[in-house]
Design a protein. Structure first.
Length: 377
């Protein structure tokens, strides 16, 4: 089944492909160009001057959870600081939930994101923190999300010895979860895991063939970025507090700096130094960090709007970061772009240009979405 989409007012492809029309064939983009040269297709859809861009690639979420942290959020808005310790509340609730309950939470949030234009999503374990709950988190995540990350090193479970727990994570837990995931991650931060503990986990994961990601520099300057760059991690996420050395290290590395502005707003941190990163030559991605504690939103548009209005990114930089940037952080070249052969993941805005994402903040602009060639809105 092929579909010819015409009447595109502005086409953002993140590649050299250009035009005002495109053809989807099955799950892939088959052709991009000007309508007068379009090949025949089974169906035709006229988007009447609307902007078309790749579906959002949300490269950082934590969707396998149970429970609610509204009270913690309320206390934070009244002045209480965010700490890593809140993770334990979600761990307790997650351990008590059934598989069906956890699967429904993941399904519901992936569907919520899709309605807003997110067509590719990464999610993590990290609220199980024992072998059986980390394994089932990975298994359930894989039923609904596109890329799965092992985050056994999210927090030392309260009452457990840190070094003993690190040995469990890089030993038995990693052995059990590795076949189900492509990535491993650590929360390298005060109150979670220090440089040596994080390095031990990441090196064990690398030896098992997993790609590396790091949660770093979220709550203050620290060793997370340095560690990510040293180990050649695909991405270091948060990057809220960076020294000049961190920025220089990122700029001269292949490690993507994934910024999570909704999280910084929701935890009342500063916003990350996006302009300094971009000006230094670092690769920047934007993601939602959807989770019940620090960032309970699935809205990539909100992240893009914030990046433009408050982090001094241009609209083009922010849209690239939320599509091709996320894909790069996951080492994918088939999503986040529109070109023949790429996955047919499209986001049609009810607006003539991507500039409206920042020009009309807060307005739901998703008109229609195709994921893997299937129209969902
Ligand atoms: O990315 N930083 C660590 N993990 C999550 C927060 C998880 C939570 O508070 O439940 C994050 O912000």
């Amino acid at each position: 089944m092929s579909v010819l989409i015409t009447g595109i007012g502005e086409l953002t492809t993140n590649t050299e492909a250009a035009g005002d029309a495109l053809v989807i064939d099955g799950e892939q983009i088959a052709w991009v160009g000007n309508a007068q040269n379009a090949p025949a297709a089974d169906e035709r859809v006229d988007v009447e001057g609307r902007a078309v861009l790749p579906g959002w690639v949300d490269s950082h979420t934590h969707l396998v959870f149970a429970g609610d942290r509204t009270a913690e959020f309320g206390a934070r808005m009244a002045g209480k600081p965010y700490t890593a310790g809140g993770i334990a509340v979600t761990v307790n609730a997650t351990r008590q939930a059934t598989d069906a309950e956890l699967a429904e939470v993941v399904r519901k949030h992936v569907a919520e994101a899709l309605k807003q234009g997110t067509t590719f999503i990464e999610t993590k374990t990290g609220y199980g923190l024992n072998v059986p709950d980390e394994v089932r988190s990975a298994r359930i995540a894989a039923e609904h999300a596109d890329e799965i990350t092992f985050l056994g090193a999210h927090l030392v479970p309260p009452g457990e010895d840190a070094d003993t727990y690190v040995d469990l994570v890089r030993g038995e837990m990693l052995d059990a979860v590795a076949p189900l995931v492509r990535w491993a991650d650590v929360f390298c931060e005060k109150g979670a895991f220090d440089y040596d503990q994080s390095k031990a986990v990441l090196e064990a994961a690398q030896a098992k063939g997993l790609g590396l990601r790091v949660h770093g520099n979220q709550l203050g300057e620290g060793p997370g970025v340095r560690l990510a760059v040293e180990l050649g991690a695909a991405s270091v996420d948060h990057c809220t507090y960076l020294s000049q050395e961190d920025i220089d290290a990122l700029a001269s590395s292949q490690t993507v700096a994934t910024l999570l502005p909704a999280c910084d707003l929701s935890t009342r941190q500063s916003l990350p130094p996006a302009r300094a990163l971009l000006d230094a030559g670092a690769t920047v991605a934007l993601a939602s960090n959807c989770n019940p504690g620090s960032s309970y939103t699935s809205s990539m548009a909100f992240c893009v709007t914030t990046a433009v209005l408050q982090m001094r990114m241009t609209v083009e930089e922010a849209v690239w970061a939320a599509t091709a940037g996320g894909a790069q952080s996951l080492k994918r070249d088939d999503v986040g772009v529109i070109r023949p052969g790429a996955r047919a993941d499209l986001h049609v805005l009810d607006a003539p240009s991507i500039t409206h994402l920042a020009y009309r903040p807060g307005v739901p602009l998703t008109h229609s979405v195709w994921r893997r060639g299937e129209r969902s809105l």
